[in-house]
Ligand binder design. Structure first.
Ligand code: PMP
Length: 454
């Protein structure tokens, strides 16, 4: 791009744009990267620099950028019908996608409610569960439970059932109260044992349900991986136990698969690792291959039936968004599901994820690297000032941020979560690309971390 054009755009960005999750003062010192092109696992900036998109553009991208089949599916649909209302009207991509989703998700999830982002899919699940109990003679079940270190989105309901940390504490007076239960985080166990942590966390759920299930509509969980809470990977037995407790105590189980859905963890859905079916499943991000906004909240016929009555009985689920069920997004999603099948993407993931787990072991050479963990296309570790003493860096040290900056010099877009460094790779990433990404990351760590040997 012409340097003058680049400068004009960045000036306009500084003047007019307010970016999400960003302290805009940071941009007074350092411009955001102006991306001109995205292709495969790469991003290209206005100067022609290439970066690996190691977080799949905020955890959405599945088959790499600019996949020709996705583009063609969207173009074809665009010639047919761009966007139409989804109440009173319906359309082929919306219908066919619902049909496919019912086939590929765990058994029992037979109804598909569309919205347009992950947070709204969570809001829909919360509201549906709440209204279900109101209409099923259990009006006292008005509260929700959540797992500590969870994140379910930025809207008020979703924040209320997330772990309220420094970023959200300002909103506390606006939020509804919810019951928090401990995370099954293996790091909580002195020996780092995932099964022990899961069992202890389940005991807390049992105690909560035994005391308060008559007040609890649902518990919400991120299956297998608490993503924004720090890439916490836990045992499948936790999900199995949760499913059992929910059935035993008549509490809905909401699986928030917004981040992990569509193969990222090595299985199609996080719930598949545990062989369980939730009462609600929230999907977004990878649903459209990460190309257009769309989300769904899936639920059971039992939930649906509690809303099905004469209009005047006022049992309708009164919720909807302008872009609900957008046909372009639905066409992209259908094509993405077809690619997952045709290109045997999950088989590819099985192979390359084993390679990824093995390659990242190199980072153990750094004494400040701890809790190295991988699941499918996700790999993460935590930075410690002194891992042996358990000493973390101070917030002002912005250690993760230094790694991010050095990553850019190495052609990596490696955006950390605080001091947790992670990859969230597109499913199409090859072994050779993984080798290259790990090699570049190693060079970054060698420059930023105090001591290293190999
Ligand atoms: N749930 C989970 C598990 C997520 O990771 C996210 C987003 N990172 C959301 C919900 C919210 O999705 P969105 O950003 O599309 O609103």
């Amino acid at each position: 791009m012409d340097p003058k054009e680049k400068e004009r755009l960045l000036q306009a960005d500084r003047r007019y744009v307010w970016h999400p999750f960003t302290q805009m003062k940071d941009y007074a010192e350092r411009d955001p990267i102006l991306i001109e092109k995205a292709e495969g696992v790469y991003l290209f900036d206005a100067d022609g620099n290439r970066y690996y998109d190691t977080n799949s553009s905020w955890w959405v991208n599945v088959h790499g950028h600019a996949h020709p089949r996705i583009r063609e599916a969207i173009e074809k649909q665009l010639r047919q019908a761009d966007h139409v209302m989804f109440a009173g009207l319906t359309h082929r991509p919306g219908i066919e996608l619902a049909e496919r989703l019912v086939q590929v998700t765990p058994q029992g999830l037979d109804k598909v409610f569309y919205s347009d982002n992950g947070s709204t899919s969570v809001e829909v699940a919360l509201k549906m569960s709440f209204q279900y109990w109101q209409q099923s003679g259990r009006a006292g079940k008005t509260k929700f439970a959540f797992v500590e270190n969870s994140y379910h989105g930025d809207t008020i309901g979703a924040v209320s059932v997330g772990s309220v940390d420094q970023y959200f504490s300002v909103f506390r007076p606006l939020l509804f109260a919810a019951f928090g239960v401990p995370s099954p985080d293996p790091r909580n166990d002195p020996n780092g044992d995932a099964e022990t942590s899961a069992a202890a966390a389940l005991e807390a759920v049992r105690a909560l349900f035994a005391a308060s299930a008559d007040q609890i509509a649902a518990i919400i969980v991120e299956p297998m991986l608490q993503a924004a809470g720090g890439m916490i990977m836990y045992a499948a037995s936790y999900l199995q136990g949760l499913r059992q407790l929910c059935s035993e105590y008549d509490v809905h189980l909401i699986a928030d698969e917004v981040a992990v859905g569509f193969g990222r963890t090595g299985r199609m859905f996080g719930c598949n690792h545990a062989g369980i079916s939730p009462d609600f499943m929230c999907l977004s991000k990878g649903l459209t291959a990460g190309v257009l906004p769309l989300s769904v909240t899936m639920t059971t016929a039992a939930v649906f039936d509690a809303f099905y009555d004469d209009y005047a009985k006022l049992k309708t689920f009164t919720h909807g968004h302008s872009f609900t069920g957008n046909p372009l997004s639905a066409a992209a999603a259908l094509e993405s599901l077809q690619i997952l099948e045709d290109e045997r993407v999950l088989e590819h993931v099985e192979e390359v994820s084993a390679h990824l787990s093995e390659r990242v072991l190199r980072f153990q050479a750094f004494q400040g690297v701890a809790h190295l963990r991988t699941l499918g296309m996700v790999a993460a570790f935590d930075l410690y000032k002194d891992a042996a003493l358990g000493a973390r860096y101070a917030l002002e040290d912005r250690m993760g941020f230094h790694i991010y900056l050095e990553g850019l010099n190495e052609g990596l877009f490696l955006r950390p979560l605080g001091d947790t460094i992670y990859y969230w790779l597109p499913l199409c990433t090859t072994k050779a690309q993984i080798d290259d990404i790990v090699e570049r990351t190693f060079r970054v760590l060698r420059r930023v971390l105090p001591s290293a040997g190999e």
